[in-house]
Design a protein around this ligand. Structure first.
Ligand code: 3HC
Length: 285
């Protein structure tokens, strides 16, 4: 399987990062979201990152222009019709994903692969909604996408090995290291990382230490690159809460009960860096 054009559905933090690394690897990228302001913000962000790379002497100025030319945007999923693969990075809602994947199957050519960047949801369930469950696969990136090296590749029940291999190969071509994981809630990284973040939020909620002290402790005591509550703000408190609730439902095990601190912050609209407030206040910086 040869990839020339890559579709990215969803121009949020993850979608923008995925579009950026695909363009950097020389692929044509079609970036789609529901509103022009979302795709415009993503393209602006990519160009800002490329300008920084030029300033640091890591990229030639004409290279940044070439990369920008590789990215086209649209608000219509029909723009994916000639893409060899579409990577979906939209909201973590299984019903919306199923609806969108069904539509992508109708738009894309018969050989196109449909990949989901879902953090935790069932690839098999998403695949079953399409006309090509053998060509649907999980391709899970990590935030911030331009920096994080890993991609988890997750086959659904009917995904063929050649599709998995093609996506692993594509992952290497965009400068990442793929790891294959069996389908299970949260796959590998989020299965381990989310309960860790949740425990940190429970420690916070119990008043054992402040957010700053918890993060400092984990950075200096366990050599984490950033503390769990700062990481939670980076990922999105709503996202972490939704993943905890999903584990609780799927595994039926109360060890996945989410911290009340998540619920309180989500109710207040404090979702982390993306809203300016979470465990930390970013509006003052
Ligand atoms: N976009 C692009 N580049 C970025 C970036 C971003 N958002 N954030 C940082 N960078 C780049 C910087 O430009 C810098 O590049 P340079 O070396 O060329 O100068 C480099 O990364 C290092 O950045 P900083 O010096 O500013 O900061 P740090 O060294 O502290 O690194 C960090 C920042 C990479 C975010 C680091 O703190 C880290 O690795 N944190 C943990 C991240 C993590 O665990 N992510 C996984 C989250 S889970 C997930 O995504 C799964 C999902 O399903 C929930």
């Amino acid at each position: 399987m040869e990839f020339k054009a890559i579709g990215v559905l969803g121009a949020g933090t993850m979608g923008a990062g995925i579009a950026q690394v695909c363009a950097e690897a020389g692929f044509k990228v079609v970036l789609v979201d529901i509103a022009p302001e979302f795709v415009d913000k993503a393209v602006k962000g990519m160009n800002k990152n490329w300008s920084k790379a030029v300033e640091k002497g890591k990229m030639a100025a004409d290279q940044a222009e070439k990369l920008n030319a590789l990215v086209t945007t649209s608000t219509d999923n029909a723009a994916f019709k000639d893409c060899d693969i579409v990577i979906e990075a939209i909201v973590e809602n299984i019903d919306i994903k199923k609806k969108v994947f069904k539509q992508l199957g109708e738009i894309c050519g018969p050989d196109a692969i449909l990949a989901s960047n879902t953090s935790a949801l069932s690839i098999t369930e998403i695949a079953a909604a399409t006309n090509r469950p053998n060509k649907v696969v999980g391709m899970h990136f990590f935030n911030p996408v331009p920096v994080m090296k890993l991609i988890e590749v997750i086959p659904g029940a009917e995904t063929t090995d050649d599709v998995v291999e093609a996506v692993m190969d594509l992952s290497r071509k965009i400068g990442k290291e793929p790891v294959r994981a069996k389908e299970s809630p949260g796959f590998i990284v989020n299965r381990i990382l989310v309960p860790y973040i949740n425990e940190a939020a429970i420690v916070y909620q119990e008043g054992i230490a402040s957010a700053e002290e918890i993060d400092k402790a984990m950075k200096l005591g366990a050599n984490m690159p950033m503390g769990p509550l700062a990481l939670c703000d980076l990922v999105g408190i709503d996202v972490v809460l939704a993943i905890c609730e999903y584990y609780w439902r799927e595994f039926g095990d109360s060890k996945y009960r989410p911290s009340l601190a998540f619920r309180q912050k989500v109710r207040a609209g404090h979702l982390g860096m993306k809203t300016g407030k979470g465990f930390y206040d970013y509006t003052k910086k």
